[in-house]
Design a protein around this ligand. Structure first.
Ligand code: NDP
Length: 327
C-alpha cells in the first residue's frame, strides 16, 4: 500500500483526496519508483482544482514531476537503487503522477538524478526550475549575452521566475524582476535581481511599440504582460514564453516582429526531447547556486498539498513548494 492524492470527477468538479492505494492499482509501465520528493507546480494547482481541465482520465494521481529511487525495473537503462527524476511526459495528466509515494512509469521518461543534487534539491528545482533552465538556454541559443543588456523575468517570485533569476544572475546577466509582490523585493534581490518593477505596469493593454528596454525576457504570464514585454524588447532581441499566469490570450500586433526583428520562442518542458532534458539538468547542476535554491524552498507534507493548490494559482506561493513523501 502507498499514500497518494487521487482526483476523481464529482458532480461539481474535481474531488481530490489523500488516500491509500494498493500497488496492484499502479498503471502500466516498466519501472517502479519509490518517490522521495515531489513538488507543487502551478500546473499541479490546475490539475488538483480542475480550473483548466487537463486530466485526460479519471481517477488520476496528479503531480507532474518526482524524484526518487528505482525499486523494480524491466527497462534496460534502469536498475533497483538508481536515483531518478521525472518531469512531464503527461504524467499527472494522462498517467498517474508524482504526488504519491510510488509510481510505475516508462523507463524512457526518466532522467538520472545528477550527482550534484539530492532528491529534495531536484524537486526544489522541479518542472518550474527545469523550465526556467530551458528558457535561459533559449535566450543563449538566440545569442543574447550578458553584455547585450538587461533581461526581464516576469512572475518573478514564483517557481520559474525565482530559478530564472538565480540562473541568469549567476551567468552574469543584469536581471530585472517584474512582481506583484513588492514585499518580496529583498528575496528577489538576494536571488540576484538588480532591479524590481511592478507587474501592474505590464498588465494592461499598451502601445504596440514601446521604448526599447530589455535585451531579452522570460515570461511566465502570457496575455497583456507578454504583449507589453514583446513591445519593449530591443531590436533583434528575444522572448522565451513559457507560462500563462495572467492568461492564455495573446492580444498582440505583429509590429515588434516586423519592425524590431523580435523572436518569440515558445518553451515547453513537458515533451522536450530526452537529450535537451539531460543537457538542462547538467546545466542546472553547473549554474544553479545551492544556497539560492535553498532560499526558495518551503517544505510541506503530502497531506498539505490539496490545500495549497488554490494558493499557488492565486500567486500566493513564493519560490518552490517541495513535498516530502514521508510526511
Ligand atoms: P508560480 O505560481 O510559482 O509562479 C507564477 C507567478 O506568476 C506568481 O508567483 C506571480 O509572481 C505571477 N503571477 C500570478 N498571477 C499573475 C498575473 N495575473 N499576472 C502576472 N503575473 C502573475 O508558477 P510557476 O512558476 O510554477 O509557473 C509559472 C507559469 O509557467 C505557469 O503558467 C505554468 O503553467 C508555466 N509553466 C510552463 C511550463 C512549460 O513547460 N511550458 C513549465 C513550468 C511552468 P509575482 O507575485 O512575483 O508577480
Amino acid at each position: 500500500m502507498f499514500k497518494a492524492i487521487l482526483i476523481d470527477k464529482g458532480e461539481t468538479g474535481h474531488v481530490a483526496t489523500l488516500t491509500e492505494l494498493d500497488d496492484a492499482r499502479l498503471p502500466e509501465g516498466d519501472v517502479i519508483v519509490r518517490i522521495e520528493y515531489s513538488t507543487v507546480n502551478y500546473k499541479d494547482g490546475l490539475l488538483i482544482t480542475g480550473r483548466i481541465p487537463l486530466i485526460r482520465k479519471f481517477p488520476m494521481v496528479p503531480g507532474i514531476d518526482f524524484a526518487g529511487t528505482v525499486e523494480q525495473s524491466d527497462h534496460p537503462d534502469w536498475a533497483p537503487g538508481d536515483r531518478v527524476v521525472l518531469n512531464g511526459w503527461g504524467v499527472g495528466e494522462g498517467h498517474w503522477g508524482g504526488l504519491a509515494q510510488r509510481a510505475r512509469v516508462r523507463g524512457e521518461w526518466l532522467v538520472r538524478l545528477p550527482e550534484a543534487f539530492t532528491p529534495r534539491q531536484a524537486m526544489a528545482i522541479g518542472t518550474a526550475g527545469y523550465a526556467a533552465m530551458l528558457c535561459v538556454m533559449t535566450l543563449e541559443r538566440h545569442g543574447i549575452g550578458p553584455e547585450d543588456g538587461d533581461i526581464l523575468v516576469t512572475g518573478a517570485s514564483g517557481g520559474v521566475g525565482s530559478v530564472a533569476i538565480a540562473l541568469l544572475s549567476r551567468l552574469g546577466y543584469r536581471v530585472v524582476a517584474a512582481t506583484g509582490r513588492p514585499a518580496e523585493a529583498d528575496y528577489l534581490k538576494a536571488l540576484g535581481a538588480a532591479e524590481i518593477i511592478d507587474r501592474a505596469a505590464l498588465a494592461n493593454p499598451g502601445e504596440p511599440m514601446q521604448a526599447e528596454r530589455w535585451a531579452g525576457a522570460i515570461d511566465t504570464a502570457g496575455s497583456h504582460t507578454l504583449v507589453n514585454v514583446c513591445a519593449a524588447v530591443r531590436y533583434g532581441g528575444a522572448v522565451a514564453a513559457t507560462g500563462l499566469a495572467q492568461g492564455l490570450d495573446f492580444p498582440a500586433t505583429v509590429l515588434p516582429f516586423v519592425l524590431r526583428n523580435l523572436a518569440l520562442y515558445g518553451v515547453d518542458s513537458v515533451m522536450a526531447p530526452q537529450k535537451l532534458r539531460q543537457r538542462a539538468w547538467e546545466r542546472l547542476a553547473q549554474d544553479l547556486d545551492a544556497a539560492k535554491l535553498e532560499s526558495m524552498i518551503r517544505e510541506v507534507g503530502l497531506s498539505e498539498v490539496i490545500g495549497l493548490a488554490p494558493e499557488i494559482l492565486a500567486g500566493r506561493v513564493r519560490g518552490r513548494l517541495v513535498v516530502d513523501m514521508r510526511k
